[in-house]
Design a binder for this molecule. Structure first.
Ligand SMILES: *Cc1c(COP(=O)(O)O)cnc(C)c1O
Length: 474
């Protein structure tokens, strides 16, 4: 009954399709062009050609004095813009931990764009605020984290680190009788921050943004796979934050977070986990052991745009003690509603006005289910293992233990490995980036996309081995 009422209401209120509908033509144009782009993505060059780059100035020039028909604006954007994209949402992009976008998440994103909700307050977007609570609950369940945690939806893991570490900063200084939100860090008791030797660069930027300093961290040595050595954590007094990492961006290795929690909690420290992609190992039964003990940390940062395959940008901050996050993010003004009885997103995260980011996460989780998420993680890890096996069989050296979705391969000396990476990128069947691991140049293969099939792996291996053989003969 209620549903029927709503739909007849919206029928009456909605504009009839036709020439007076300002959306119809331009949206149909977008659907057609996006469909064409996505259908072609499996056959196109995975990288960007020089010709595509040379076309970009056609989008520039001085701002036109007179306007232009929306459809021709879209046409120009597609014809010039689409070729200048990396085919990272296809099945053979393995550069960086990027991830594609599940079809349902692209569609949900479009719908949410049509809603154009300002997600900062419940009253401005009840559906968005509600979905944030739903998604947070589902994620806590998937990751095996305590059900009472607070959370925020931000742009990426870096901002999730900033958000969660702001809660950490609040909590460790509150214990030292210091209110950092009111007083700032001027004259505050010093906070000791520890990171592993293989900390991600974005974590250091997060620390710098929070006034915790990227240069004054204590660096804890790591093992051959880049895992922090818990025995090397120094015992210090006063406010302490220890940052662990799930998923080293080169090797995929996860710090032994359970042991880190034991040592760190013993000195009253707050343990924060950068789990950009590695935290997702918790969702797959065969990989869960890699993050054993992760639920004992105090805060977590991760994102949905990498391994869950939702569109950019989508980060998630999670904090065990909701009050610490609330205090760090609180904002008051006469025109903001009382935040006590329902979720007011701006009271949990750093942003005010923002998009309804939980929508696509909800769509991904609802369409995959817990089993589908586990399968996505497991499948991509298995693809990575196959890359490693076949490259090793062909005589190339794999520099890491392939435990997750990351493979580091050396084709020989630095110069040769570089040359082969460049040739693979130029050939365009697949795309992999370069890195340096323990002083050695390597090609990094990250398998993070839902779209990668067995056939994509086979085709990419073919190209890699063929190019490597040719380049080796030169
Ligand atoms: C990707 C990544 C980040 C940064 O995430 P963004 O979403 O790009 O902000 C942080 N830490 C690790 C380990 C990562 O892999």
């Amino acid at each position: 009954m209620a549903l029927e009422q709503t739909s007849s209401l919206s029928m009456k209120a909605g504009a009839a399709p036709g020439p007076t509908d300002p959306y119809r033509e331009v949206l149909m144009e977008a659907v057609t062009r996006a469909g064409h782009y996505l259908r072609g993505i499996r056959e196109r060059h995975v990288g960007v050609t020089q010709e595509a780059l040379d076309g970009l100035p056609l989008l520039g020039g001085p701002l036109p004095m007179t306007g232009e028909d929306p459809r021709s604006v879209l046409k120009l954007l597609d014809e010039i813009g689409s070729p200048a994209t990396l085919a990272s949402t296809g099945g053979r992009f393995f550069g960086g931990v990027v991830g594609g976008a599940l079809p349902v998440t692209v569609a949900a994103h479009w719908l949410a764009d049509a809603w154009d909700q300002n997600a900062c307050l419940f009253d401005l977007s009840p559906v968005s605020a509600y979905l944030e609570d739903v998604v947070l609950g589902w994620l806590l369940n998937l990751f095996g984290l305590p059900s009472g945690c607070g959370g925020a939806f931000v742009t990426g893991t870096q901002m999730a680190d900033v958000t969660a570490l702001a809660a950490a900063r609040h909590a460790v200084l509150r214990k030292a009788q210091w209110n950092v939100e009111t007083e700032g860090l001027f004259g505050a008791p010093p906070v000791t921050v520890m990171v592993g030797e293989e900390v991600h660069a974005t974590m250091l930027k997060a620390l710098a943004l929070l006034g915790l300093g990227r240069g004054r961290v204590l660096v804890v040595p790591a093992d051959s796979q880049g895992r922090m050595k818990p025995a090397e954590i120094r015992q210090v007094t006063g406010p302490v934050i220890v940052c662990a990492q799930m998923g080293n961006v080169n090797t995929g290795a996860c710090d032994p977070v359970g042991e880190i929690c034991d040592v760190a909690h013993n000195m009253g420290a707050w343990v924060h986990v950068d789990g950009a992609f590695g935290l997702w190992a918790a969702t797959a039964p065969a990989r869960r052991h890699l993050v054993d003990g992760v639920a004992r940390a105090d805060s977590w940062a991760t994102d949905a745009h990498k391994w869950l395959n939702v569109p950019q940008d989508s980060g998630i901050a999670i904090v065990r003690e909701p009050e610490a996050l609330r205090h760090a993010m609180s904002i008051t003004a006469a025109y903001y509603p009382d935040p006590d009885n329902k979720r007011e997103p701006m009271q949990w995260g750093p942003d005010s006005s923002r998009r309804a980011r939980a929508v696509e996460i909800w769509a991904a989780l609802r369409s995959l289910g817990a089993d589908g998420v586990a399968d996505l993680i497991e499948r991509t890890c298995n693809h990575a293992a196959r890359f490693a096996t076949q490259l090793r069989a062909a005589g190339y050296e794999i520099l890491n233990d392939v435990v997750l979705n990351q493979v580091l391969v050396s084709f020989g000396d630095e110069e040769k490995t570089k040359r082969i990476i460049n040739a693979i990128q130029a050939e365009g069947t697949c795309w992999c980036g370069g890195t340096v691991w323990k002083g050695r140049k390597a090609m990094r293969i990250s398998v993070s996309s839902w779209a990668t099939t067995e056939a994509d792996v086979a085709r990419s291996l073919d190209a890699m081995l063929r190019i490597a053989a040719t380049e080796s003969r030169r």
